[in-house]
Design a protein. Structure first.
Length: 303
C-alpha cells in the first residue's frame, strides 16, 4: 500500500523506519518546518525530516497540513492511508475525510488523551502502560482502537526511555494495521464512553518541585520531565534543573543538605537524593561534582 507519514520528533522515527522496512511504500513524509538553532540560527530539520531525506522519501514541511496547497501535494501521492505519530498539528476535516488516518498514541486509550500522555502517566506513577493504534476522528484521541500494545515500564524509566520503548512497540503494530487495511480485514473497536482521562500539555506550572509533596511524587515529577524539560528547584536564589533523583535511607531533613557527599532534599515522606542536576547557564552534572565546587548555603528559594 502507498502511505504517507506525518511526524516530527525523534520518537516518531522508529515508526517511520518500520514503514520503510515493510512492504508498504512511503510516498510522502510530512513534518514540522525547520527551526533555527544555535548561535548562527541555522534552520535545522526535524528528526523525521532527516530520516525521510536519508531514505529518499519526498518531504513536505507545511505551516499547516490542512491548507489547500498541502492537500494538493498529498493528493498527488495517491496514497491509501496517512500514518500519524507525534506530528504536532491538529488534523481537520479536510485531511480526516481525505484518507484513513492511523494514529499512534502513547497511552492505553481512553486513558490520557491529549498532548502529553507519557509525561502525565509518569507524574501519576502508573505501573502499567502501553501504546494505542487508532483510527482518527474529529475528537481529541477519541477514534476507534485498532490495537492496544502493552509496553513494560521499569521503575527508573524517565519520559525519554519510555517514549523509546513505546515508539519501538508502535512501529510493528502500525504495519500490522496497514497489512489488514490493504487486505480488507481491518477491525477496530469504539472507545468506551466512560473511564477516560486527559493528558494536557506540560506548562511552566508543572516544573517547580514542591517539597511538601512526598518523595515518590517528586521522583515521579522528575522522571516525567526528564530528559528534555526539567523539573526545577530554587537554590540560593537561582533556578536549577533537576534531572534525576533516587530514594535514600537518609533521615528526613529540613530543606536541602549535604549528607556524606550526597545532596539530599527533605520531602513530606523523608529524604530524596538528587543525583543529576543543572545549574543555570551550565551543563548537566552529577550532584557530587556540584557539591565539590559549590560554596553556597543550599537555601531553598522560590527562584
Amino acid at each position: 500500500m502507498r502511505v504517507m507519514f506525518a511526524g516530527s520528533p525523534a520518537p516518531a522515527v522508529p515508526v517511520l523506519q518500520a514503514l520503510i522496512d515493510s512492504p508498504h511504500e512511503v510516498v510522502l513524509a510530512i513534518t514540522r518546518e525547520d527551526r533555527p538553532r544555535g548561535r548562527g540560527r541555522t534552520p535545522v530539520p526535524t528528526p523525521v525530516g532527516d530520516a525521510a531525506v536519508e531514505a529518499g522519501i519526498a518531504t513536505l514541511k507545511p505551516p499547516s497540513i490542512n491548507a489547500p496547497e498541502s492537500l494538493e501535494v498529498m493528493r498527488q501521492g495517491d496514497a491509501g492511508a496517512l500514518v500519524v505519530a507525534a506530528f504536532g498539528q491538529v488534523l481537520k476535516d479536510e485531511v480526516l475525510d481525505g484518507w484513513p488516518c492511523v494514529n499512534v498514541h502513547y497511552s492505553l486509550l481512553p486513558l490520557y488523551r491529549g498532548a502529553a500522555p507519557v509525561e502525565r502517566q509518569l507524574m501519576d506513577g502508573v505501573e502499567e502502560t502501553g501504546t494505542t493504534i487508532m483510527l482518527m476522528d474529529a475528537g481529541l484521541d477519541t477514534g476507534p482502537i485498532i490495537e492496544a500494545v502493552p509496553v513494560p515500564l521499569a521503575r527508573d524509566d524517565d519520559a525519554g526511555a519510555l517514549l523509546t520503548k513505546m515508539a519501538g512497540a508502535s512501529g510493528p503494530a502500525v504495519v500490522r494495521a496497514l497489512d489488514a487495511m490493504e487486505a480488507g480485514t481491518l477491525t477496530s473497536t469504539p472507545q468506551p464512553g466512560e473511564g477516560s482521562s486527559l493528558a494536557p500539555k506540560i506548562t511552566d506550572e508543572d516544573r517547580p518541585i514542591d517539597r511538601s509533596r512526598t518523595a515518590a511524587e517528586i521522583r515521579n515529577q522528575v522522571r516525567a520531565l526528564s530528559p528534555h524539560i526539567g523539573a526545577t528547584l530554587g537554590i540560593d536564589g537561582r533556578q536549577f534543573k533537576i534531572w534525576k533523583v533516587r530514594p535514600t535511607n537518609a533521615a528526613a531533613v529540613p530543606g536541602l543538605v549535604r549528607d556524606s557527599g550526597r545532596l539530599v532534599l527533605g520531602t513530606a515522606s523523608g529524604g530524596l537524593e538528587i543525583v543529576e542536576m543543572q545549574p543555570p547557564g551550565k551543563a548537566r552534572m552529577h550532584a557530587d561534582a556540584f557539591l565539590r565546587g559549590y560554596r553556597g548555603e543550599l537555601a531553598l528559594t522560590s527562584a
